[in-house]
Design a protein around this ligand. Structure first.
Ligand code: MV4
Length: 504
């Protein structure tokens, strides 16, 4: 058993801070690394030490394995936590850490590789007896091969990149005449995105739910699952909202899927925190989709309903401690929902909208957690992901959790950049979300009510100017005492009351 004194966090943004918070609670010192664009980032300020590792482009900084390992050696860090994205699922990096006597907080390079190749992952799960989506278990050789295979499976099917995940190098085939061209285009996208043109075929599951199970495995052969997360609210293979428990789940289904998730972890002798993703169809048939060998963005909702700090568990496991949590002792308490706040124009094709944060007020109060990293005056760089924070709420039941999320989104004010907050508020107001009766087609199905009517009347334009004026007076610190402020605020209130009245 090893005791870590210092951990290097090979990441940025909210997840770097999230990890450092647990390190601080455990009395472990933290090392941050940063690029040019991140000199003034919050993770640099939060860490005990911080080192510049290169230019803003990820490939020259956060993906520069040698540079990061250099810093870890110079600072005598015992371990590296990779967060999510960047080097978190890079087997070569995990191997380099081991070669340099630094503990990589995550599974072995072999397991990362095995799960990184989706064909190999399917083979492993079949061997473990876990149901997988019907389809092929080897790389497609020729387009003729594809036509023959599809004759057996039946249309529609999906062609997917073996090295893929998250939608890249993936094609839906519904028509026999498109087989050759779509297999070719999936193959070439796979080649250019992953440097690997291997593709395989799966039966298409229409309108599935995306449900994943959190698992933990230690170095002593103990494996548990921490229940499910429902992740079906996505746009372009990017998640927007996650919740747990899943509204679709029954106790029987949970027990069955949970057992398979644990079996999947056991089969590869998994170490650390991981996720088993399933597709669930409308008849509640479920199929293994892929395994993520990292801590996920949406881990806080699992933490909230189980009361377990997943980063702390990762660190204890990496130090060699056996798990002290048992499956029988775990309970799901209440309901948790996460909304991802992106700096984007959701009404304009979800276009990223980086820039300077002029003003930010984060929600607080009972049952609210806000994991972010931006602050007033911070300039969101163009180089990285547009997610700026995660809003997590908890309540005793699903209805109250939705009410609380609406309240928290109402309190959340960001000026300077466009965000997904309004879009998320509209999602909370849909009948499909409230009823829990939604699947991966949710955003597409509801887009008419989710996308704003962006028409601005002359009166509306007038009000935009007044809102900006209020903001301006506020900045000058004239605040509540100013007669002008009072007048502007009253005009604004009158306008918004009128709008509410019209809606009723
Ligand atoms: C599928 C599927 C239907 N059938 N595979 C999308 C991302 C990648 N991780 C897998 N994806 C899908 N694979 C079969 N055989 C539907 C999707 C899919 C999807 C899955 C999860 C969440 C949102 C989605 C949105 C569109 C398509």
């Amino acid at each position: 058993m090893q005791k870590f004194n210092k951990i290097l966090i090979a990441n940025r943004g909210e997840i770097a801070i999230r990890i450092m918070r647990t390190c601080r609670e455990m009395g472990i010192s933290t090392v941050a690394v940063f690029s040019d664009a991140d000199r003034t980032s919050m993770h640099v300020r939060y860490a005990d030490e911080a080192y510049h590792i290169g230019p803003s482009t990820s490939s020259e900084s956060y993906l520069n394995a040698d540079k990061i390992i250099d810093v870890a050696k110079k600072t005598k860090a015992d371990a590296i936590h990779p967060g999510y994205g960047f080097l978190s699922e890079n087997a070569g990096f995990a191997q380099k850490c081991a070669d340099n006597g630094i503990k990589f907080i995550g599974p072995s390079p072999e397991v990362i590789n095995q799960m990184g190749n989706k064909i190999q992952a399917r083979l492993t799960m079949i061997a473990a007896g876990v149901p997988v989506v019907p389809g092929t278990t080897e790389s497609l050789k020729t387009e003729k091969d594809a036509v023959d295979t599809i004759k057996k499976i039946g249309l529609p099917v999906m062609v997917k990149a073996a090295a893929g995940g998250g939608g890249k190098g993936m094609r839906l085939i519904t028509n026999e005449k498109d087989i050759v061209s779509l297999v070719r285009s999936a193959r070439s996208e796979a080649k250019s995105s992953f440097g690997n043109d291997s593709v395989y075929i799966e039966k298409y599951i229409s309108s599935p739910h995306h449900i994943e199970f959190q698992i933990l495995g230690d170095q002593h052969g103990n494996f548990i699952h921490l229940f499910e997360r429902e992740c079906s609210v996505q746009r372009r293979h990017q998640k927007m909202i996650e919740e747990t428990p899943s509204p679709l789940m029954t106790p029987e289904l949970r027990k069955k899927m949970g057992e398979y998730a644990v079996e999947a972890a056991r089969t590869v002798n998994y170490e650390g925190a991981g996720t088993i993703e399933f597709l669930v169809d409308n008849d509640l048939n479920f199929y293994f989709l892929e395994m993520n060998t990292r801590l996920q963005v949406e881990h806080p909702i699992t933490e909230r309903i189980t009361g377990i700090d997943l980063v702390k568990q990762q660190i204890l496991i990496a130090e060699g401690h056996p798990l002290t949590i048992t499956q029988e002792k775990l309970r799901q308490t209440g309901h948790a929902i996460e909304c991802r706040i992106y700096a984007e124009d959701s009404d304009n094709n979800f276009m990223p909208n980086p820039g300077k944060i002029y003003n930010i007020t984060q929600p607080l109060g009972l049952g609210v957690r806000s994991d972010g990293y931006v602050y007033e005056g911070y300039e969101i760089p163009i180089y990285y992901d547009s997610m700026i924070s995660k809003l997590i709420v908890w309540a005793e039941n699903r209805n109250e959790a939705i009410d609380r999320m609406k309240r928290a989104l109402y309190e959340y004010k960001i000026t300077g950049v466009k965000t997904s907050i309004k879009f998320l508020e509209r999602i909370m107001d849909t009948d499909d979300f409230r009823s829990g009766n939604y699947d991966t087609n949710f955003i597409e199905k509801n887009k008419a009510i989710l996308l704003a009517d962006t028409k601005c009347t002359p009166e509306c334009e007038d009000m935009v100017i007044i809102a900006a004026y209020i903001e301006y007076l506020d900045r000058l610190n004239i605040a509540q005492t100013s007669k002008e402020m009072y007048t502007a605020q009253n005009r604004w209130k009158k306008y918004t009351y009128q709008k509410n009245f019209e809606r009723l």
